[in-house]
Design a protein around this ligand. Structure first.
Ligand code: G3H
Ligand code: 13P
Ligand code: ZN
Length: 309
């Protein structure tokens, strides 16, 4: 099955009360772990690539790896650009064969965000590529854009209808209290479900996206801490909150940090327990397996998108 865009998969997710996982990928083992989980769970899948991932792995290598996964899997997979920060980057990803792009102009003014997003939509839609945009700002690091906790701003529901109508976007990322990275909350986790509710009233049947949605699972924090790592105070979004969001208008949930932690936890543990090992396959194989088990868990217990093919 060739790569697909996100239109149909997000619409089905809306109707079915579940969310599709959008997993960030940087290397072969991550891609293999994620895709084999989706195959076993018969789940639709979004593989997303940030600008940082493109710089790290070289777009040509990443694309070839993803194409191999698509060929092997026979699943509906979308290849999505995560946090495209300019029109030019989105165009380059579309020309490279991405089937979906995010234009993140949320750090600009409302009018400028609309202008840039509209321009990307005009390039993408005739090429059958779907576009995600962002309204409101998340705390944390978005690729090369760093937004401090004080600088974050919840999405204003009174702006969403005008934004979607004037830009023609296919999905919208909103800020309701999630943030990127592994230190999401200083005290108790709290999401503004009232904002999500209000946004979905104003945009009926329109797919909403949640960024910064890793749960920072305590078992991985513990393994990392016990094997020489330092992640004190790491805290994520509780899984039951994500499940609730997925039953509402949230149709795409972005996960990166949890994959990184699963991968790193396996490598740290393996090397600590096997100091004589030096063949990367010895520690990358358990890292890949950890990613697979984590993604299976997310698909079944958090996103609810198992058996949706
Ligand atoms: O939202 C950001 C993603 O986690 C990608 O992170 O820019 O380090 O690849 P990255
Ligand atoms: P996490 O850092 O919570 O995994 O968020 C990832 C993300 O939003 C990618 O766009
Ligand atoms: Zn993000």
């Amino acid at each position: 099955m060739p790569l697909v865009n996100t239109k149909e998969m997000l619409q089905k997710a809306y109707e079915g009360g579940y969310a599709v996982g959008a997993f960030n990928v940087n290397n072969m083992e991550m891609i293999q772990g994620i895709v084999s989980a989706a195959i076993e769970e018969r789940a639709p899948l979004i593989l997303q690539v940030s600008n940082g991932a493109r710089k790290y792995a070289n777009p040509i290598y990443l694309k070839a790896l993803i194409e191999s996964a698509v060929k092997e899997s026979n699943l509906p997979i979308a290849l999505h650009l995560d946090h495209g920060d300019s029109y030019e980057l989105c165009v380059s990803a579309i020309d490279d064969g991405f089937t979906s792009v995010m234009i993140d102009a949320s750090h600009h003014s409302f009018e400028e965000n609309i202008r840039i997003t509209r321009k990307v939509v005009e390039y993408a839609h005739p090429r059958n590529v779907t576009v995600e945009a962002e309204l409101g700002r998340l705390a944390g690091i978005e690729d090369d854009i760093c937004v401090s906790e004080n600088d974050s701003a919840f999405t204003d529901p009174s702006q969403v209808q005008e934004f979607v109508e004037r830009t023609g976007v296919d999905s919208l990322a909103i800020a309701i209290g999630t943030s990127h990275g592994v230190y999401k909350f200083k005290s108790e986790p709290k999401l503004r479900f009232d904002i999500l509710e209000e946004v979905s009233k104003r945009l009926p049947y329109f797919p909403i996206v949640l960024h910064g949605a890793s749960s920072v699972l305590p078992e991985y924090v513990e393994i990392i801490q016990n094997n020489g790592g330092a992640m004190k105070g790491a805290k994520g979004v509780p899984e039951e909150m994500l499940r609730k969001a997925a039953k509402m208008a949230v149709c795409k949930i972005n996960i990166d940090s949890d994959l990184r932690m699963a991968f790193t936890a396996a490598i740290r543990k393996h090397l600590f327990e096997n100091p004589s090992h030096f063949d990367p396959r010895q520690y990358l194989a358990p890292a890949r397996e950890n990613v697979k088990q984590l993604v299976k868990h997310k698909i079944k217990n958090v996103l609810g998108c198992n058996n949706k093919i």
